[in-house]
Design a protein. Structure first.
Lengths: 165, 284
């Protein structure tokens, strides 16, 4: 491992402290918003990609990345926003999905095919509390851009679903 | 969004500022439709559709018939405005005159906007808003599918991201169109009236001119004429399930792409731009 590689790994590990303010159980690394770190130049460049085009939490996450690195003695960090490849929930690991479920948010399923079928039926969603699949979509959109609101008919509990995109 | 360019230009505003915010200043862009920079112009068309429709949807915030739809319309608005922000930033870079996305959003007048007239029309009732959003989403998915494959990597990246969001919007609005059309007598009548009123304005979505052709040739544009029949297939399928009758083609207003708008756009912009113009250079 080169010096640059270990420096990169070190910085990525520090950035694991930065959580998504809307889903505080996941770090930006687990979420896939943190793409890479470039330590080759004079400044440290942190590549990030937004979950949704208008995600209002992006600015907060960017500010926290810079301040977290400053606390670790990296004063010259800057965030570069990248759009390609487009963020997908398929980047969220199984471990991270288990954290979401434990937190009460149903994790995203696999992203469906790209075929355009506007009125298709969707796969059943499992309730994160009682694991019943007797659940109902209450709202396609939720408290944040990345979530939908569902209701469990078995345990009578509303819950959020992390939308698969 | 950054505010630097308005701030930077504010002090020396009498001369060559291109921001268009100076009271009484002439619009920076000619209205003839003969663009000096076709890629810039084409990007404005793409961005302004989203900015204007996103703002219209945001007007529903706190007013939608049910809480879930209030959240849905605000979420869709957020996606569209986010997309507009990325596209306007790119447009500003292509133009090369130092205009930020905020300068382009808040300091152009109606005559400089390049959106189709469909998106600037007032929201009407819930049926009008949903039917318009469905007609737009069905078109938007096809636009973004093609833009995601253009050679301009920055544009293709934005489009690939926006496409995921647009598909989600379309699924939602298609279901609502079906529920309204195939719902009660009242919801059916309102949805049909909305469709009849809005249908003429969809023709403009498929009009292209030399500006678009040059942008396409430069690998930075989409040929909207190429997928009209695909759009019609999607629309016919959903309207069929919704038991709504497709209106006949006839009257087809146009002009938005070259800055000719309905009276509604100016009123909307007066609201949308008032804060930025009252406090030029203010940063979030």
């Amino acid at each position: 491992m080169t010096v640059a590689d270990s420096r990169r790994e070190e910085i990525l590990a520090w950035l694991d402290e930065v959580k998504d303010p809307e889903v505080p159980v996941l770090s930006i690394r687990e979420l896939g918003v943190l793409r890479d770190v470039d330590v080759s130049g004079d400044e440290v460049v942190v590549m990030m990609t937004p979950t949704y085009s208008g995600c209002p939490a992006m600015h907060a996450m960017e500010a926290e990345v810079v301040s977290t690195l400053a606390q670790h003695g990296v004063p010259n960090a800057r965030v570069k926003t990248v759009y390609s490849p487009a963020w997908t929930t398929d980047w969220i690991s199984d471990e991270a999905k288990a954290k979401l479920a434990a937190y009460g948010i149903a994790p995203p399923g696999r992203v469906e095919s790209d075929d355009l079928v506007p009125l298709r039926r969707r796969a059943p969603v499992e309730c994160p509390y009682c694991h019943s699949v007797n659940t109902l979509v209450r709202s396609e959109f939720g408290s944040t851009a990345c979530k939908a609101i569902l209701f469990c008919n078995s345990c009578r509990q509303p819950f959020e679903l992390f939308k698969a995109i | 969004m950054s505010r630097e360019s308005e701030m930077g230009n504010r002090e020396s505003s009498n001369g060559g500022s291109t921001d268009g915010w100076v009271p009484g200043a002439k619009p920076a862009t000619a209205t003839s439709g003969i663009a000096q920079n076709p890629v810039f112009e084409h990007l404005l068309r793409l961005a302004d559709d989203r900015l204007v429709l996103g703002h219209r949807l945001s007007e529903w915030c706190g007013h939608a018939p049910i809480l879930e739809e209030d959240i849905a319309l605000a979420n869709i608005a957020l996606d569209l405005i986010g997309q507009a922000s990325m596209l306007l930033k790119l447009a500003g870079e292509v133009e090369g005159k130092g205009r930020s996305e905020d300068a382009l959003a808040y300091f152009r007048d109606a005559i400089e906007f390049r959106n189709a007239q469909l998106v600037e029309l007032p929201n009407g009732d819930f049926a009008v808003t949903i039917v318009r959003q469905f007609l737009f989403d069905a078109w938007d998915v096809l636009v973004l599918e093609r833009l995601a494959a253009v050679s301009n990597e920055a544009l293709a990246g934005i489009a690939a991201k926006a496409l995921k969001e647009a598909r989600y919007h379309l699924r939602h609005t298609a279901e609502w169109v079906r529920m309204l059309g195939d719902g009660t007598a009242e919801s059916h009548a309102r949805a049909q009236r909305a469709l009849d009123d809005l249908w003429p304005y969809t023709a403009e979505l498929f009009l292209a001119d030399a500006v678009d052709a040059e942008a396409v040739a430069a690998g930075s544009g989409v040929d909207v004429e190429s997928f009209r029949s695909r759009w019609r297939q999607t629309v016919e399928q959903v309207l069929g399930e919704a038991t709504l009758a497709i209106p006949k083609d006839g009257f087809a207003p146009r002009g938005g792409r070259t800055g000719r708008h309905t009276e509604y756009l100016g009123r909307m912009l007066a609201d949308m731009q008032s804060l930025a113009r009252a406090h030029p250079g203010a940063a979030w």
